[in-house]
Design a protein around this ligand. Structure first.
Ligand code: KG4
Ligand code: ZN
Length: 341
């Protein structure tokens, strides 16, 4: 079956065509197009929701058109439309949801409502040329700009949220720390780059909740600790920026790996999936690989290729395939507060 995926939950406008079959373990991407208003947001240090939605209104139809052209198929050839209904920014979500409803009505095709967080997890079920054999039970860590959650998947039908952040998300911590040391938004990729020149032991930042018995996280204390260091120095040198980046990244990675591996051990996970923008961080991936080997855990780590970690529509179409809930266009509404139910 061919699915058109639409993703507009934050600042990106994505359209994708995927091809999937119940006989194949992974889906194939025929097109995955992304238009971004990121350049506008990096100037303001964060996303301004109204600007994001206004840009998305301009981009959505050309983006969908490009996806059909790239996949070399006509709109009438798709079998369903999968769209992100939440969580996200209401104005942005409405652009995608209303467009999906219009296509569903005009083409007389079913529409599949998709939770953006499931989209991130399902990026791991996209065929990206790397050999994979994802076995259940799975522990999935979703680490994005808006979320940090641990989910236990016993099967595609049995998915349970077991913990999450009580304040800032991991990506948000990267972005806020970046802002304190003068980096532009989103700061995660830049911090990872700069951290290579810094000493991760130069600052001892807190690792909140690292020893708590639950699978919850807290990252806001880390940002405050960085602020205190920034306030102590008269000027911010490049060595200081590199050392703060390396030490803060190390603290975030420590917390993410220790908590996720504890969940994997407790639930006998055969696979660990990392998903979301922060999963694009190669230092995080290496650390997971190192710890799994060191602890001799019988679990396999999977991380999508970097362009599938950050927001995109192929992951939404893929989640739509595995969590197929065909609905009429009349029954779909955007839900900015949607979470794991
Ligand atoms: O999943 P995503 O594209 O959007 C949301 O759903 O939030 O994630 C964006 C987040 C941003 O906070 C960004 O700083 C972070 O992912 N990010 C990274 C890296 N690449 C993106 N954080 C750390 N290291 C990276 N390489
Ligand atoms: Zn996301």
């Amino acid at each position: 079956m061919k699915i058109l995926g639409i993703e507009t939950s934050c600042d990106e406008t994505g359209a994708s065509i995927i091809e999937a079959s119940a006989k194949l373990p992974f889906v194939k991407i025929r097109a995955n197009v992304l238009a971004s208003s990121l350049a506008l947001h990096s100037k303001t240090g964060g996303i301004i929701p109204e600007i994001a939605a206004r840009e998305q209104l301009k981009y959505i139809i050309p983006t969908i058109d490009s996806a059909f052209k790239e996949a070399c198929i006509k709109s009438s050839e798709i079998d369903a439309i999968a769209v992100t209904i939440g969580p996200g920014l209401i104005g942005s979500l409405l652009v995608g949801v209303e467009t999906a409803k219009t296509f569903a009505y005009a083409l007389n095709k079913p529409i599949i409502p998709v939770n953006h967080l499931f989209g991130h997890i399902y990026a791991n079920w996209i065929d990206d040329g790397i050999k994979k054999d994802i076995s259940f039970p799975v522990i999935a860590l979703i680490v994005s700009g808006g979320h940090t959650d641990i989910v236990l998947m016993k099967s595609h039908e049995d998915i349970l949220w077991i913990g999450g952040t009580r304040d800032d998300a991991a990506g948000e911590a990267f972005d806020k720390i970046g802002r304190l040391i003068g980096l532009s938004y989103p700061a995660g990729p830049e911090i990872e780059k700069i951290a290579k020149n810094g000493d991760p032991k130069s600052f001892t930042f807190p690792r909140p909740m690292i020893k708590s018995l639950d699978f919850d996280f807290s990252f806001s204390g880390l940002k405050s600790a960085v602020l205190r260091e920034v306030q102590k120095v008269p000027t911010i040198s490049s060595t200081f920026i590199a050392n703060i980046s390396a030490s803060a990244q190390e603290a975030i990675i420590d917390i993410l790996t220790i908590k996720t591996l504890k969940a994997a051990i407790n639930h006998g996970a055969k696979s660990i999936l990392i998903a979301g923008g922060v999963a694009a961080n190669k230092t995080l991936k290496k650390r997971f690989e190192f710890e799994i080997k060191k602890e001799k855990l019988e679990t396999t780590l999977y991380v999508p290729s970097p362009n599938l970690c950050t927001d995109n529509a192929a992951m939404i179409a893929t989640a739509g395939f595995f969590q197929y809930k065909a609905s009429s266009w009349k029954d779909i509404t955007a839900n900015p507060q949607l979470y794991f139910d």
